[in-house]
Design a protein around this ligand. Sequence first.
Ligand code: F6R
Length: 241
Amino acid sequence: MTIQTFDHTRTLARELAARVLARIERQPALVLGLPTGRTPLPFYEALREQTRVRGTRWADVRTFNLDEFVGLPPDHPGRYRAYMERELFQAVGVSAERAGFLDGNAPDLEAECRRYERAIADAGGIDVMVLGIGANGHIGFNEPGDGLMAFTHRAQLQPATRLANASLFGGDVEQVPHEALSMGMTTILRARAIVLMATGEEKADAVARMLGGPVTTKLPASFLQLHPEVTVLLDPAASPR
Ligand code: F6R
């Protein structure tokens, strides 16, 4: 793994945005895997700004988001689709047909997970997968446990993960769904390149274990040690001491 520490979250976000846009300019039909959450907000802001300045064309880019809540109404602002529209897609011009999402309202959720795996394969696989990390070491909604799911699946969210998402629900953790659909570990590890961003002190322990501990289902991000092309971008607070 390549580890890079930046003096400030904003510097990290700007640098990653510049790298992603340079890659899109070289490879206009890039397939990107994308996270939601708090960590990527400065990255999406930098992508919006730099896309405007550089005039980068997103028309042929395809995206696949990592995960989505189960059971939220189509117009609910807490849906990750709504987050992505707000934070990135409207501003840079990623159309609904080119933005892959799991449908947490599909009548058959298992079939929906299989559809997503096929859609990623039909797009030629993910070129660059951008990840955040939970304080408990989860990636996507692959939570620590006795086992991990390989492919896109239905996931039960742990209390800490629901709490971390409460801001999307007016701060009310009771409103956060108990279930989500998520890419699995193999779905993530099949990406050609992976970039993980971690900022803030609450991530330092998970980052240290991800980088230096054993590969274990108790810390799903540790599986990234098995991938040949992972870059970890950190701010000073999240860096191992
Ligand atoms: C969200 C996702 C999650 C987050 C993680 C960190 O799509 O995949 O694994 O990356 O929960 O969230 P923040 O960035 O809010 O700390």
